[in-house]
Ligand binder design. Sequence first.
Ligand code: ADP
Length: 254
Amino acid sequence: MERETRARSVESDDLSGSPETLLRCIDVVQEYRRGGGTSLLPWHQQGGVTVRALDGVSLDVRAGEFIGIEGPSGSGKSTLVHLLAGLSTPTSGRVELAGVDIGAQSAQKRSRLRHRNVGLVFQRFQLLPSLSARANVALPLVQSGVPKRERRERAVDLLDRVGLGDRTTHTPGQLSGGEQQRVAIARALVTDPQVLLMDEPTGELDRETGARILDHVIEFSDDRVVVVASHDEQVLDRTDRRIRLVDGRRDDSQ
Ligand code: ADP
């Protein structure tokens, strides 16, 4: 019963079939507080500084687009990916996922929206070391209340599609870096998300492995949104469009 209720409420957060603009940022500012003491005094009396990681960024991404976010280290790329994923909320401005203002949702609702609609891939694969590749990929489906047999079938199918059909019972420690990243991509796609966000996905991979991983991503990206933050020209070259950030602002001069 509990499972049924949960599955239904997750379903209601399903944004597939939504408007053409799947992701939108409107004048987004993100500030971090750095330094200062740990006393109970208000922060501004503790000598810390405010870092403005994003300073008025606006962006529209339509279904089917593969977008690259480029810029020097510290320009705000990761911060933007985290905001688009609803992992954090902006200091000001709006981030919309299929027209839904993410910042206006409760943390619980944000987490459900993300879980149902967003796949995330980070530079360090963030796989659970004690679980097999198959169990790592199936993990997001546990939260959605998908029955065990179906979880297993979907995980094996995705591992097969990223070329790891013969590695499903291996743990991350038994896989190479490139194989682990393919497991991470399979995990990000197992819920069939509308949006795939990647933060430096090829940063720790050799060129050939990076290219293979991009092939998989492009194959899956057909009618979804893929946003990738990267320094890697090999990745950026394959995107439809690039957004360049410099000091937290869009630089459209190129
Ligand atoms: P990039 O991904 O382009 O390297 P980031 O988004 O990681 O850039 O960082 C943008 C700026 O925000 C940098 O100055 C960075 O030091 C700062 N920053 C990022 N995360 C935090 C944090 N949690 N606390 C304080 N400052 C942060």
